[in-house]
Design a protein around this ligand. Structure first.
Ligand code: SF4
Ligand code: SF4
Length: 333
């Protein structure tokens, strides 16, 4: 059931009678592992890479693929970035300082400091919102229930910019390497932000794509709107961003969701739908509550993306695709 906390006014409609917290095992990667009825069950994104590399096509060579894998390295290995507590064996030669808890007497000023700090660590933009438990996954990829203690009242939502020139090479591995780098930069930024907050004497839970849905939190934090392609569209960078977040008990002033007019623009634009090679993006004029994939969570008014088609395209492509990102009018500016 949806939780009782305050329902934010979003520039997207939610039917709270239908909406239920999403089980992460129902996204395409979860269904690839768990859903025996999915026609991509146990079909990995890189299963066809060897055959693809053997064809030696530009943008799909062994070198290109190695760049993709290299770019994932930090995200794949830096698990402590995602821990609720900093690893006991963190490798530092410096003594821990014993400090008093930082007193926050001005939540607006603290929010500004946190956003500046996010920029120092590499986020292109940050926003702050109250943690809305409706956006928490009900269960994680392993089926473990997710519960965040109430003391974590605020979410620091941070955006990582993806190089839009490289994305123009989509769907080749050249663009895939930039996407992977975005994930590794997420790990870096949330790891740094969590330690910054803990050094002030507060708690922090750093998150990549895990634990909670990133897009509604980013919308709530006033960073953009959900577009036809199912992604966060920001006014500055379009959908060419990755989203990461840190939940904390640090007192912070919240940003408000904003109507930038992006979803209204999507009603007429349809450029991403025309671009998608497998018709995974709706061309309907108006968003609706209709779902088209087991991975679409009911109860949200939007253009539902057929993520099954999208994922199967990725498998045949030997890696992810960003064509609906690079072609978005807001990416192109
Ligand atoms: S990522 Fe590629 S395949 Fe998937 S919806 Fe976008 S354009 Fe289509
Ligand atoms: S390409 Fe056009 S329709 Fe698609 S998300 Fe961008 S603005 Fe919206």
């Amino acid at each position: 059931m949806p939780t009782e906390n305050k329902k934010p006014i979003l520039p997207v409609e939610v039917d709270y009678d239908t909406y239920r917290r999403f089980d992460q095992r129902k996204n395409v990667f979860g269904r690839m592992i768990h859903d025996i009825d999915a026609d991509f069950h146990k079909v990995g994104m890189f299963d066809l890479v060897k055959e693809i590399i053997d064809e030696n096509v530009e943008g799909y060579t062994h070198i290109d693929f190695a760049r993709v894998r290299g770019a994932w390295a930090v995200y794949d290995h830096f698990h402590e970035a995602f821990g609720w507590d900093e690893s006991a064996d963190a490798n530092t030669v410096m003594e821990e300082a014993t400090l008093d808890k930082y007193e926050v007497d001005d939540k607006e000023k603290m929010a500004k400091l946190v956003k500046e700090t996010a920029g120092i660590y590499g986020a292109c933009k940050a926003g702050i919102t109250e943690v809305n438990h409706d956006w928490l996954y009900s269960r994680d990829m392993n089926g473990k229930p997710i519960d965040i203690p109430e003391e974590y009242k605020n979410a620091v939502v941070m955006l990582i910019k993806i190089d839009k020139e490289a994305l123009e090479e989509s769907p080749s591995m050249v663009a895939g390497a930039q996407n992977a780098l975005g994930y590794s930069r997420m790990a870096f930024v949330i790891g740094c932000m969590a330690r910054f907050i803990r050094t002030l004497g507060y708690k922090a839970i750093p998150m990549g794509n895990d634990t909670a849905l990133s897009i509604p939190l980013a919308v709530q934090a006033g960073l953009g709107e959900m577009g036809r392609n199912g992604l966060l569209i920001t006014p500055e960078f379009g959908p060419a961003v990755k989203i990461c977040k840190v939940f904390t008990d640090l007192p912070l002033a919240s940003d408000e969701p904003r109507d930038f007019g992006i979803a209204g623009y999507c009603k007429k634009c349809k450029r991403c739908a025309d671009t998608c090679e497998v018709d995974a993006i709706s061309s309907e004029d108006e968003p609706s509550y209709q779902t088209v994939s087991e991975s679409n969570n009911p109860g949200i008014k939007r253009w539902a993306v057929d993520v099954d088609r999208c994922y199967k395209f990725w498998v045949g492509n030997g890696g992810d695709c960003s064509s609906c990102i690079s072609e978005c009018i807001f990416t192109k500016g």
